[in-house]
Design a protein around this ligand. Structure first.
Ligand code: FEO
Length: 164
C-alpha cells in the first residue's frame, strides 16, 4: 500500500500534469487564433500527453490502495508576445516538471517505495524527450526569427507530429 507522504506528493504531481494540460490547451487556442494550425496541433498533442501523464499517476495511486484527491487547477495565461516566447515557456515549464519528477523520485528513494521508483523511471525518460522536443522548436524559431515563409514551413512540419 502506498504511504501517505508518497500519496500526497503524487496527488500534487497529478495537479501539475493537469495544469500542464490546461496551459498547453490555452497555448493551442492562442496559436489557432494566429492561424498557426501546425503549432496548435503540436500543443494539442502535448496537451493530450499531459492528461495521460496525470492518469498514469492516478492509476498508480489506485493500484496501490491509495486515494486520489483532485485539487483546483490554476487558470493558465492566454496571451504571448510571439510564438518564440510561447515555445520558450513550454521549454521552461518542462524543466520545472522535470525538477518536480526528480523530487518525487527522491521521495520514493527515501521512503523505499520500490514500485514508485520503477513507475517514475518512465517519467524520467519521458522528460528527456519532452525537454528535447521543446528545445528543438525554440532553436528552430530562433534561427528563422520572424521570416514568415520559414515560420509557415515549420508550422507545416509540426502539423504532421504524431503522439508518442
Ligand atoms: Fe507531463 Fe510534459 O510533462
Amino acid at each position: 500500500m502506498i504511504n501517505k507522504s508518497m500519496q500526497d506528493a503524487m496527488n500534487d504531481q497529478i495537479n501539475k500534469e493537469l495544469y500542464s494540460s490546461y496551459l498547453y490547451l490555452s497555448m493551442a487556442a492562442y496559436l489557432e487564433d494566429k492561424n498557426l494550425s501546425g503549432f496548435a496541433h503540436w500543443m494539442r498533442v502535448q496537451e493530450a500527453e499531459e492528461r495521460e501523464h496525470a492518469m498514469k499517476l492516478y492509476d498508480f495511486i489506485v493500484e496501490r490502495g491509495g486515494r486520489v484527491m483532485l485539487k483546483a487547477i490554476d487558470a493558465p495565461k492566454t496571451e504571448w508576445k510571439s510564438t518564440l516566447e510561447l515555445a520558450e515557456e513550454v521549454a521552461a515549464h518542462e524543466a520545472l516538471v522535470t525538477a518536480s519528477i526528480y523530487a518525487l523520485y527522491e521521495l520514493a528513494l527515501k521512503e523505499k517505495d520500490y514500485p514508485a521508483q520503477i513507475m517514475l523511471q518512465w517519467f524520467i525518460t519521458e522528460q528527456v524527450e519532452e525537454e528535447k522536443n521543446a528545445a528543438e522548436i525554440v532553436s528552430n524559431l530562433k534561427l528563422i526569427e520572424d521570416r514568415g515563409t520559414a515560420v509557415l514551413m515549420l508550422d507545416h512540419r509540426l502539423a504532421k507530429r504524431g503522439g508518442k
